[in-house]
Design a protein around this ligand. Sequence first.
Ligand SMILES: [Zn+2]
Ligand SMILES: [Zn+2]
Length: 305
Amino acid sequence: MTDNFHFRVLLYYQYVSIDDHRTMAQKHLNFCKELGLRGRIVIAPEGINGTVSGTIEQTDRYIAHMHADPRFADMWFKSDLVPDHVFKKMFVRARNEIVTLDWEETINPNETTGQYLNPVEFHRMLQRDDVIVIDGRNDYEFEMGHFYNAIRPDVRSFKAFPEWIEQKLSDKKTAPILTYCTGGIRCEKLSGLMLKQGFKNVFQLHGGIDAYRKDPKVKGDLFEGKCYVFDDRIGVPVNHVNPTVITHCKHCGVVTDRFANCAHLDCHTRFYVCEDCERKFRRSCSSACAEAEHHEWNVADTASL
Ligand SMILES: [Zn+2]
Ligand SMILES: [Zn+2]
C-alpha cells in the first residue's frame, strides 16, 4: 500500500549543548528551504527537536547532513512513508528550551533522566499491576488515544506537570512509574523531573509511541485509539493487534475518529465529528458557532477530512 509513497516524515530530537542557537536556527532554516523540506524545528541551547517532510531523496540528504555533524552523529530519525508533504511551510525557531518546562531547576536529560525501556520491555511492564502509567502529553492528545491504563494528567501544557505531580502522586515516590509521549522527547524531561522530585523508580518509553507503533513484536498492542501527531495527518494508527476508536462525535455521540477544527474562525476549537454532523453543523463545534459570522466552510472541504 505504501509502494507509491515517495515522501517521508521524519521525527527526531537530540539533547546536546548548542552554542549560538539563534545563528544556527537562521542557517538551518535556509538549509532546509534549499533542500525543499517542510515542517517545524526548534533549536535551543539544550538541543534540537524537529519534524519535517520531504521526498525520500531530500530527507536522505538531510539525515546525512545532520549525521555528519558530531553533535548529531547519533541522532535517531524515526520515519514514516507518506504520499505527500504533511506540512505547508518550513519553520525553524530559536527558543530557550526544546521542551518548555520553565521549572525552578534546569533538567538536563543527559545528566538526569528515567531508565529507558524499549517497546517490548515497556509492553511487559505496562501489564504489571503495581505500575503507575503517566501520559506525558496534553489532554487533547490523550483524548485521541493512549495506553489502556494510563493516567490522564490534568494539564493543558507541559509546564503544568511539576505541580500536578506534586499534588497527585506525592505518596507514590517508591512505586514504579512509566512515562511515555509521542516521540520520547518530553519524557526525557518529565522522567528527569520526577527523579528530582524524589521518585525512585522512573522509566520512560524510548522513542515514544512512535517507536512502539512500529515495533514488529508489540505491534502497538495495548494502545487504545490513535496517536495525535502535529502535522496534517492529525492522527496515526498505533495498534495493529486490536485497533479501537475511543472518540465520539461531539454532536450525536457516534463513535468516530474524524477530527476537525471549528470553522468559526474566532473559535477554531478541535473536536470530533461524524460526516453527517459535519455537514449539518457546517463543521462547527456548536449550533452557536454554526450560525456565527466569520465562518469558513464549504461542502467541498468535507471530503478532505
Ligand atoms: Zn455526529
Ligand atoms: Zn466553535
